[in-house]
Design a binder for this molecule. Sequence first.
Ligand code: NAP
Length: 239
Amino acid sequence: MQFFPALRCPTVQLFNGLEIPVLGLGTSHRGGYSHDAILYALTECGIRHLDTAKRYGCEKKLGKAIKESGLQRSELWLTNKLWPGDYGYKAAKEACLDSCTAMGVEYFGMINVLSQSLSKYQPSVIKVEYHPFQQPKHLMEYCRNNGIVFEGFSPLAKGQALSDPVVQQIAKKHGRTTAQICLRWSIQNGVVTIPKSIKKNRIQENCQVFGFQLDEEDMVALGNLHDGRHISWDPTNVD
Ligand SMILES: NC(=O)c1ccc[n+]([C@@H]2O[C@H](COP(=O)([O-])OP(=O)(O)OC[C@H]3O[C@@H](n4cnc5c(N)ncnc54)[C@H](OP(=O)(O)O)[C@@H]3O)[C@@H](O)[C@H]2O)c1
């Protein structure tokens, strides 16, 4: 593992040699956008990994925040996404270039596509919903066995996991917040983790997940919270 300097955030190596910071900051088309919070995340919290999509409608705003942060493109990991309407060589290329233009950058670290099957090309990353209530353990094992990095979105179950009694009990034991417990658990399981917040204090809180370890019994207790619920979208019938 390598470390990005400001946050001392560990990175995970993809099979193509690139290093993705294990903690990132999500953005969304729901729940608003805060320029000040993104800038704060980049300049004060040491966030170096941003996750976005054209569909979220904030590419230009993110580009502005990145520029104002004074950070070099090479210091950042940026993930974007292609929507099915942009699939196919020509359309995908155009969509990527449009997103680059919107964000004022020359490249992305990763572009996510929606897929249920694994094509003839092995992906370097598989990204799915992952939080205490949604733990696709067989998929994680497959990724581990095949050199594929596992990335989890909605790590707080969009806030639902924060009021779970088991999470609350473990938070109390460690003197941490429930959000920090969910994020620490995800990261301790080797998962690239991208919580979203538009609030500075929560972004700061969500970054404080590297100075402590969950005990084996905590990991087991959190591992037992899986009930299969999808908080985001259910990929079952995606082609
Ligand atoms: N590839 C995909 O299909 C896909 C799908 C879904 C999401 N994602 C990515 O994953 C990111 C995160 O997922 P998500 O937004 O669905 O869910 P999430 O990160 O699990 O939860 C976000 C919610 O939790 C709140 N929150 C954040 N930190 C908190 C804290 N410390 N204490 C209390 N509440 C807190 C946020 O509110 P405030 O903002 O008001 O703080 C927001 O309502 C997205 O932003 C997106 O980048 C990808």
